[in-house]
Design a protein around this ligand. Structure first.
Ligand code: GLU
Length: 437
């Protein structure tokens, strides 16, 4: 029989983990889920602090001959269900607390969609846009070498995140493989196809974001809170990177009018809808959206408050807070980024009838196909694009239905419902395995 663990853990009071708003929000959300579901408090306390973390210096020689040292982190939040899984972020705001919060979200995400994986995250505090390709390669390789004792196909498997892509994963895989003396493709996911990547991985997060929009519309129609078909709706996408650009395109090919998209520098808006294929072409050529013909310039802040049916915040965390939540007009939000909406703002939106599909569900497509990539690599047997997408759609539909059922049962928000589903799974596994020693 499952039973509580012997000793009562102490509450998270301060410390290095909780300095970022993202971490504070993640703990707040966890507490809320714990309260609603009535979870064993000992398990909840354990989930509030990551299992382990490594902080490293990443010194590299810059193109001008000087040496610069960057801060790097890798955090493993929980590994009860399997190896840690989660991306590597290159961003100037990266710090231990933020990476820890993101690792916690990965634990919840993997558990929610039923993967045999724990939660991890890593990052280097650097603005990759200021670095040459050679400098980025040097950072990636040195960082990989510094954290090499932590990672491995059975231990902890990194993937792309904000500021990194398949090329960074290829350098990580090569560095790890050089150290081992043989090729180890399973050490990372999100690799280029040529070195063991999976078909459909690149599009998986953005696709998943749109799958859950479709499920949410269906559910809201049943509940009588939504009338339009997706093809008659309007959408705004914050971010036009690995997630936002794919989500915008998936909405566009379903006939939805994508009114605005944005990048780091600002957004472009056309009240009649943007031609997303043309926007992508422009972005590929110019590396920024600014100046796209036939659209007005908007700031990122203005974009979040545009009149539209659907909003996809797909850039970075903390963009919708109590400071600007009142401007949001959308009735359906699918969180493409991790943590784009603060806990208070999330509650405000739900109290005002906005249906929010939370990050750990909405953007889980990426880690789901990462898992497929890892499985395919371990078996050296690769699936077709069609098979990857069918399996992705089915895992996401099951997770969405489970979360919607929990939401109805507990009469809570979607975020709380998603966390309840995750915590149920992780906590059962933790209780079965027991506390060591
Ligand atoms: N960085 C992505 C995320 O936040 C993907 C992680 C992975 O594939 O391991 O979900």
């Amino acid at each position: 029989m499952l039973r509580c663990e012997d000793t009562m853990a102490h509450s998270l009071n301060s410390g290095i983990w909780s300095t970022s708003p993202l971490y504070q929000n993640a703990v707040k959300d966890l507490d809320m889920a714990g309260k609603v579901m009535g979870i064993d408090p000992n398990v909840l306390e354990r989930l509030k602090i990551p299992k382990r973390a490594m902080c490293v210096a990443v010194p590299i020689r810059m193109d001008d001959g000087s040496v610069r040292v960057f801060e790097g982190y890798r955090v493993q939040h929980n590994m009860t269900l399997g190896p840690a899984k989660g991306g590597i972020r290159f961003h100037p705001e990266v710090n231990l607390s933020e990476v820890s919060a993101l690792a916690m979200l990965m634990t919840m995400k993997c558990a929610l969609v039923g993967l045999p994986l724990g939660g991890g995250k890593g990052g280097v505090r650097v603005d990759p846009r200021q670095l040459s390709r050679a400098e980025q390669q040097a950072i990636t390789r040195r960082y990989t070498m510094e954290i090499i004792s932590m990672i491995g196909p059975e231990k902890d498997v990194p993937a792309p995140d904000v500021g990194t892509d398949g090329q960074h994963m290829a350098w990580m895989m090569d560095t790890y493989s050089m150290a081992k003396g043989y090729s180890v493709p399973g050490v990372v996911t999100g690799k280029p196809i040529e070195i063991g990547g999976s078909l459909g991985r690149g599009e998986s997060t953005g696709r998943g974001v749109v799958f859950v929009i479709e499920h949410a519309i269906e559910l809201m129609k049943k509940r009588g809170t939504w009338k339009k078909d997706l093809k008659d709706a309007t959408a705004v996408v914050h971010g036009f990177g690995k997630v936002g650009a794919v989500a915008a395109n998936e909405l566009y090919i379903r006939g939805c009018k994508v009114l605005a998209v944005s990048d780091f520098y600002g957004g472009i808006y056309n009240k009649n809808g943007l031609d997303i294929a043309a926007v992508q072409k422009y972005m590929d050529q110019n590396r920024k959206l600014e100046g796209f013909p036939g659209a007005d310039a908007v700031t990122n802040e203005e974009l979040l408050g545009l009149q539209c049916d659907i909003l996809v915040p797909a850039a970075i965390d903390g963009v919708i807070t109590m400071d600007n939540v009142k401007n949001v007009k959308a009735k359906l939000i699918s969180e493409g980024a991790n943590g784009p909406i603060s806990s208070d703002a999330q509650q405000y939106l739900e109290e005002h009838g906005v249906f929010v599909v939370p990050d750990i569900l909405a953007n889980a497509g990426g880690v789901i196909v990462s898992y497929f990539e890892w499985v395919q690599g371990l078996q050296s047997f690769f699936w077709s694009d069609d098979e990857v997408n069918k399996r992705l759609a089915s895992v996401m539909k099951d997770a969405f239905d489970r979360v919607a059922a929990i939401q109805e049962k507990y009469k809570c928000g979607m975020k709380t419902a998603a966390l309840i589903s995750s915590v149920e799974r992780v906590s059962k596994a933790m209780l079965y395995r027991g506390l060591f020693p």
